[in-house]
Structures are given as structure tokens and as C-alpha cells.
Design a protein around this ligand. Structure first.
Ligand code: SAH
Length: 256
């Protein structure tokens, strides 16, 4: 069933049995693009965690009305709050991370300015940010998430490090680290939780470098802030591969 994100808290006071008029951009999509007919159902959501099951009751040019049938709980979010701080990249690669990261369960994206960020920043104007927001929203609609991940404002790596949540497990995959692996780090966290000697982290911050990589100074600064600098293996991965591999492993190891 098609799902539409209708805006933050937009449906809070809506009551079953009432009629809602869809905003113009959705009306166009419902009627002209997806050709959802009168009598067919669709789902609206607003980041409350709930979904509204609705039936199309009217469909004219530019105006689609739906009857609100039922409020029901949306799918639960992952138990781990994953904050992905991604060194700015060329737009297409950055957009891939936004789409796939949303599908996998990232809760927040932080475009991050690093020493070797050579591309991406010039593209990060208001138009681009609106586009990135739309990619995240459409991925959420498509994959059935009840919440749209946040796109935070662009931050420098040093600000990201200064503002790390106190209880977070922070990971920085670094291409020049050869000893501590991501797998060992996650496995240790899992094993400690299973043994009862520590609680499984609720927030995981992942910091991935830009195309040019992370400098030794950046890795040192991260360690000073309590970040675990890890290797993903012997091959140098593209930033988007590194980001998605790390998210997938965090979900696999910590989110059971
Ligand atoms: N240009 C750099 C590679 C940058 S890869 C070079 O040639 O050395 C972009 C980012 O992906 C890195 O900064 C790091 O965060 C991550 N990454 C890629 N491969 C990795 C690996 N094998 N181990 C850990 N991190 C890796």
C-alpha cells in the first residue's frame, strides 16, 4: 500500500471517520502519478509513530480527499539510535547513503565537514538540502518506516566530536587503522551485554571520512573524545560502501 509522509505531527488531532484533504503535491502524486482510484486505500504518517489508514473518497484535479478509517501503530523503529556522520561527498554518492541508510534504519544523518572534504560542500546549498530531505522522506515512505530520519545541519568534525552524546558508542572506521576491527568492537559490546557486565548501547555514532579519507590528526582527535577508531578490513572501500557496511554490521550485532 502506498504511504505518504504528511509533515511533522500533522495528523495529531485527526479523528477516525473524518475527511482529510491532501496537500496539493500529494494530490498530484495520488491521482496523476500513482493513479490511486476512489475507494482505494493509502496510508498517511506524521512521525508520531502511528499510521493513518485512509480511503480515497474524492479525486479531482488538484484536490484529493480521503476518509480517515483507522489509526494504528506503525512499525517499530530499530532499538539502536544510529547517527551517521558522513564526510561530505559528491552528491550522487551522498544521496545513495541517505536512501540506503534510511532503509537500513539510520535515525539521523549529519553531513560532516572534514579536513579532506574536497567535494560536496559547494553542492550543499538550500536546494540540495531540500532534495536530500526528499530522498530520506521517499525512502521512509517506500520502506514502511513510521518515522523519517532527521537530516541535521552540516557540522565540522570537531563539532561532531565535541557534541557526542555521553552514553553513545562512537565508531570511526579509518583506512589506516590495522589493529582494532569493527567486528571485534561490536562483538565485545554484545558479549558484555549478554554477560550482564555492560548494557547494550542505545546510541551508536558512526563517523565516515570523505573520498579523500580521514587524516591521522582527525583519528587522534576522535580517540581523545572516546571514539573507537576501527578497521573494516584490508581493502579500501569507497565512502558509501564503508558507511553502509558499518550500519549493516551495527544493526546485525546490536539490534537483535
Ligand atoms: N582516499 C582514501 C580512502 C578514503 S575511503 C585512501 O585512498 O586511503 C573513505 C572513508 O571510508 C574512510 O575515510 C573511512 O572512514 C572509510 N573506509 C574505507 N575503507 C576502510 C577500511 N578498510 N577500514 C576502515 N575504514 C574505511
Amino acid at each position: 500500500m502506498h504511504r505518504f509522509f504528511i509533515g511533522e505531527a500533522a495528523l495529531k488531532s485527526a479523528q477516525p471517520g473524518t475527511t482529510l484533504s491532501l496537500p496539493a503535491n500529494f494530490a498530484h502524486q495520488v491521482r496523476d502519478v500513482l493513479r490511486i482510484a476512489i475507494g482505494e486505500q493509502l496510508v498517511l504518517f506524521d512521525n508520531s509513530g502511528d499510521e493513518l489508514l485512509c480511503t480515497v473518497t474524492q479525486s479531482n484535479r488538484g484536490n484529493v480527499e480521503v476518509l480517515f478509517d483507522e489509526r494504528r501503530p506503525g512499525k517499530p523503529e530499530p532499538r539502536t539510535n544510529i547517527i551517521l556522520c558522513q564526510g561530505l561527498l559528491k552528491s550522487a554518492r551522498f544521496e545513495l547513503i541517505l536512501e540506503k541508510g534510511t532503509e537500513m534504519g539510520v535515525s539521523s544523518f549529519v553531513p560532516t565537514l572534514c579536513r579532506r572534504s574536497t567535494s560536496g560542500l559547494e553542492e550543499a546549498g538550500p536546494k540540495k538540502i531540500e532534495r536530500w530531505q526528499r530522498i530520506i522522506q521517499e525512502a521512509s515512505e517506500q520502506c514502511g518506516r513510521a518515522r523519517v530520519p532527521a537530516l541535521q545541519k552540516i557540522r565540522t568534525l570537531s563539532d561532531v566530536l565535541k557534541e557526542l552524546p555521553a552514553d553513545a558508542l562512537a565508531l570511526m572506521p579509518w583506512e589506516e587503522e590495522h589493529a582494532l576491527s569493527l567486528y571485534a568492537t561490536l562483538h565485545a559490546a554484545r558479549a558484555a551485554a549478554d554477560k550482564g557486565t555492560a548494557t547494550l548501547p542505545h546510541t551508536v555514532v558512526i563517523i565516515i571520512g570523505p573520498e579523500g579519507g580521514l587524516t591521522p590528526e582527525e583519528a587522534t582527535l576522535a580517540i581523545q573524545h572516546g571514539v573507537k577508531v576501527v578497521t573494516l578490513g584490508t581493502r579500501i572501500l569507497r565512502a558509501e560502501t564503508a558507511a553502509l557496511l558499518t550500519v549493516a554490521n551495527v544493526i546485525y550485532e546490536l539490534d537483535a
